[in-house]
Design a protein around this ligand. Structure first.
Ligand code: PLP
Length: 377
């Protein structure tokens, strides 16, 4: 059996070596290392793939979130509602911009932000909602967009984990995750579903005016050379990263299918096990692209299982071990433990299994058998 890894970037590279090498060689030949033709081409190709009007590449996913919020003109004191159960980047940029993060609880089965909790958190100062499509599954965008319209709020999708996932709205429309709200942020961190070989990110939107604003913000607030109209940042996708992404984008659907197939096999293997809740789909098969395959281990057995996996040399992840409202940096006296029953329970139960494009059946079987044997013993 191949050695089991949480992600296998080397194995994936072996399969696309010639495309990636050629694409990188092109950058060396043009020596346009910043804003080269590869960046322009990638932007266009991603716009086509997502069926979105504008993609603005930038340096990483965290910047993408920050720049999206700056572009919308959010001001200190504006309240931004987001999920208590997510990676810290989401709330970090809200706090950095001196906006007020308002953390709310999530759905116990999909791990995504709970629309009912959003409704309860809205005040006259609320300006935006940031749903995070966690672990690769699109959030309940129908409900979120309805709340946003009713209260005149912006929706900023954190799509760092769900690029390529579809969303089927009640109206019958199918859209890519990240193209439903006002603006979205994504990350090309190497382990993400569409990862480059360093840092990278992008903002996308269908809004022409917002795109113009954002293109200036990513470039020191310049709309005309050496005229700085707004305070901006320096956030660029470099040409080498764009070259890698150009080689990998045509494979994204195939990569996501491989993840979905592995997820199916895991789920099948855990059928009927009373200690395990497998990922719950909110809607159809293609709304989840399994950035992570995350189980809930019930009956207080998670930590013992984690220890056992460690001993067996099977990699796993605990995403995320501490609710954001309990983190020192984001603690706030407004938060009451009673407002976060789901997140407080999830941090004790979640366990993410190896998930990547190169996982094979033998590995999945071995991982699942090891877990079942331990839980049944
Ligand atoms: C990875 C990630 C980010 C940040 O992306 P970086 O490129 O690492 O800055 C933001 N939000 C979520 C949910 C993520 O998973």
């Amino acid at each position: 059996m191949k050695k089991i890894q949480m992600v296998d970037l080397k194995g994936q590279y072996e399969g696309i070596k010639s495309e990636v090498n050629e694409s990188l060689q092109e950058v060396l030949e043009t020596t346009a290392f910043i804003n080269g033709p590869q960046v322009q081409s990638f932007q266009k190709e991603l716009e086509d793939y997502l069926d979105v009007k504008h993609v603005i590449p930038c340096a990483n996913g965290t910047d993408a979130l920050q720049i999206a919020m700056m572009g919308l003109g959010l001001k200190p004191g504006d309240e931004v509602i987001t999920a208590d159960f997510t990676f810290a980047a989401t709330v970090e940029v809200i706090a950095l911009l001196q906006l007020t993060p308002v953390l709310v609880d999530v759905d116990p089965h999909t791990f995504n932000i709970d629309p009912e909790a959003i409704k309860k958190a809205i005040t006259p100062n609320t300006k935006a909602i940031v749903p995070v499509h966690l672990f690769g599954q699109t959030g309940n965008m129908d409900a979120i967009m309805e709340i946003a319209r009713e209260h005149n709020l912006y929706v900023i999708e954190d799509n760092a984990q769900a690029i390529g996932a579809n969303y089927h709205s009640k109206s019958g429309k199918t859209q890519k995750a990240g193209t439903i709200g006002d603006v979205a942020a994504t990350s090309f961190f190497p382990s993400k579903n569409l990862g480059c070989y360093g840092d990278g990110g992008a903002i996308y939107t269908n809004d022409d005016k917002l795109t113009h604003t954002i293109r200036g913000i990513v470039n020191h607030g310049m709309y005309e050379r050496y005229h700085h109209d707004v305070v901006g940042v320096n956030s660029r996708l470099d040409s080498f990263q764009a070259a890698v992404l150009r080689a990998k984008l045509p494979k994204l659907d195939q990569y996501n299918k491989a993840r979905q197939k592995s997820a199916e096999k895991y789920t099948e293997a855990f059928q009927g096990n009373e200690d395990v809740e497998t990922p719950v789909l909110d809607g159809e098969f293609d709304t989840h692209v399994y950035h992570q395959y995350t189980l809930k281990i019930k009956n207080g057995k998670r930590d013992a299982l984690a220890k056992h996996l460690q001993e067996k040399g099977i990699p796993f992840g605990i995403y995320y071990p501490i609710p954001l409202h309990s983190q020192k940096a984001y603690a706030d006296e407004r938060y009451k433990e009673a407002d976060f029953p789901v997140t407080n329970q999830l941090v004790k139960e979640v366990l993410s299994l190896p998930m990547h494009t190169e996982l094979d059946e033998e590995q999945i079987e071995y991982i699942a058998e090891t877990i079942k044997n331990f839980l049944n013993s």
